[in-house]
Design a protein around this ligand. Structure first.
Ligand code: PLP
Length: 226
């Protein structure tokens, strides 16, 4: 068995165990393998094992990997610059890192007519994050409303990258804050079904607090090359 296959089995077993431990329905937590900084051979191996969703942070790196058959769903999860929105709107099925109306509007306008609407998550910056990416929690609702009004985008949920903390109570605190906002916003935007939170170092805490999608890079693929 390759490292990836072994990692995948182990992670899937952990997810199932966490679902059980935290009272989450079986199968309610989806796994998004994040392949930034990984060679294309590893992505092909993942594809052969049935992986169809891939997360990427950089447009060009993703385009180089889109040699796989067309049945994959590519999720853009990195910082969004205006000059990259066209390539993203044309080649991805999901964008999880929308943090400004201007970018949302560009993605909407540039989404090709022949493709289904682009699935979008609003990236929220929880206080204490190292990265400056994401809208403030208090501004998330306004951005959700703007996105929900754009016909070529489909508002699916929230995403966040809380500061990496080692102790589980602190990890869970940040995830609980995001989950609270997600559950509140769903009353206004019932189509929202995705709470994207948790990475290799903290996914168990994220599942405990209600993540529906965890984004794992190194835990699945091993160390990244810069
Ligand atoms: C790189 C990255 C991940 C995966 O990180 P790991 O710690 O390797 O699991 C998840 N989400 C985002 C937004 C990332 O940039």
């Amino acid at each position: 068995m390759t490292d990836f296959a072994a990692n995948l089995n182990r992670i899937r077993a952990r997810i199932r165990q966490c679902e059980e431990d935290y009272g989450r329905p079986p199968g309610s937590v989806a796994l998004l393998p994040v392949c930034k900084g990984q060679p294309v051979g590893k992505i092909e191996r993942a594809w052969r094992l049935g992986i169809r969703d891939f997360g990427e942070n950089y447009l060009q790196e993703a385009l180089d990997k889109m040699i796989l058959p067309q049945d994959c769903r590519w999720h853009f999860i990195g910082p969004l610059q205006s000059n990259k929105t066209r390539g993203i709107a044309e080649n991805f099925q999901w964008v999880q890192s929308v943090e400004r109306e201007k970018i949302a509007r560009r993605l909407n306008d540039q989404r090709p007519a022949g493709l289904p609407p682009l699935n979008v998550c609003v990236q929220v910056n929880l206080s204490g994050e190292v990265s400056k990416s994401g809208v403030e929690l208090a501004a998330a609702e306004d951005l959700c409303r703007e996105i929900a009004a754009l016909p070529r985008l489909r508002l699916r949920g929230l995403m966040s990258i809380p500061a990496q903390r080692v102790d589980e109570p602190a990890q869970r605190q940040a995830f609980r804050t995001l989950a609270g906002e997600f559950n509140r916003l769903r009353k206004t935007f019932p189509a929202m079904d995705t709470l994207s939170m948790g990475m290799s170092g903290d996914f168990e805490a994220a599942i405990a607090e209600g993540a529906t999608l965890i984004r794992l890079g190194t835990a699945l693929f091993g160390k990244r090359t810069p």
